[in-house]
Design a protein around this ligand. Sequence first.
Ligand code: FAS
Ligand code: PHB
Length: 389
Amino acid sequence: MRTQVGIIGAGPAGLLLSRLLTLQGIDSVVLENRSRDYVQARIRAGVLEQHTVDTLTAAGLGMRLHREGLEHTGIHLQYPGVRHTLDFPSLCGRTVWVYGQTEVVKDLIAAQLDGGPPLLFGVSDVTPEDVDTDSPRIRFTDADGVPRVLECDAVAGTDGFHGPSRALVQAAGGRVWERTYPYAWLGILADAAPATDELIYAWHRDGFALYSMRSPSVSRLYLQVDPAERVEDWSDERVWDALDTRMALDGWSVNRGPVTEKSVLPMRSFVSSPMRRGRLFLAGDAAHIVPPTGAKGLNLAVADVTLLAQALVRLLQDKETDLADSYSDRALARVWRCTHFSWWMTSMLHTSGDDFDAELQLSQLRRVCSSEPAARELAENYTGLPLDL
Ligand code: FAS
Ligand code: PHB
């Protein structure tokens, strides 16, 4: 098999990269080790920055997003007795959209399978080789158990945190930064109309709580828990009660309903540098992980592949290496900005049981809720900064 860009991983990063390359006349093949159903069912991000919406729309993938997505003009920040609204258009002139990552991936896969480049599910033993040459290849076993070799001009490692690509880059020298947080998120999906117009980020001495949603009839909510907590120790009743406690406000309560999914998500910050080795380029979770408090993960993956698509078109069509050579530095500038913002939001909102920390967090929250410049800094980062910082 031969293609110009071999793409490992059919998450948002790999699928969008393939789409963007196709629109520029560059052919690719996407290799995914899971099944289509598995990939489409993974419940993950929910908030899209405007540049993500614009990128998907420009790539011809915005129809359902504009029909079913929910445009949001702000968030509520809450601490006991106060629920303060940050109005994004007045603070920074931008909005965000609520449209589940599952839906983004379904739209990307549907477009790929409707006349797009090859997308192979259920592959195994995926091994990139000769990435330090101009003729790398990817060895893999296809879904029928047949060993294959995909000859390429470039390889995109969009295989997420547990994929094989990052290790290849690290083996050639590079470094990683990692911070594991002393808490996790217990997330639920519920068939319940959201009891709020905007997302609620709530600080409470018992722990952080987040009220999000997927549609006018489906709520997505999260609770800060100890990383060792087991899902089976949290009955639906216990979850709803904790959410009501942590987001309590006179005359208001969480809207309950049948819980359809419940899981505990670990929280870490992780950055791997550089995001390139020869003709192997990393993008998305393969290179970085942010705690989901800042709603950056998916949007950062989209920003990476927007830059990477530009670099690969320049390299493979114009035979110019300038954008390929600057890709890692340009991408990492945004990665560190989003890593800082996600750490800052997480540190401000998640309690440690320490009273000194609590006073610092409450002071920071009061500052953001009372100072327009402080609120603007949050709004600009949350709604998404320009592609090139
Ligand atoms: P992905 O991990 O989505 O995709 C990588 C793909 O590569 C996967 O399909 C995987 O199966 C495949 N792969 C792996 N190894 C392979 C191999 N050897 N061969 C072939 N294929 C291979 N972000 C937010 O903004 N908000 C959230 O609330 C949020 N919640 C999250 C919850 C969880 C449990 C997780 C894990 C992440 C969450 N994220 C959230 C972050 C998430 O949205 C990621 O940022 C996003 O999925 C990144 O997309 P990709 O880089 O494409 O990686
Ligand atoms: C979600 O809807 O899943 C979501 C929203 C905002 C976040 C994290 C997750 O910060």
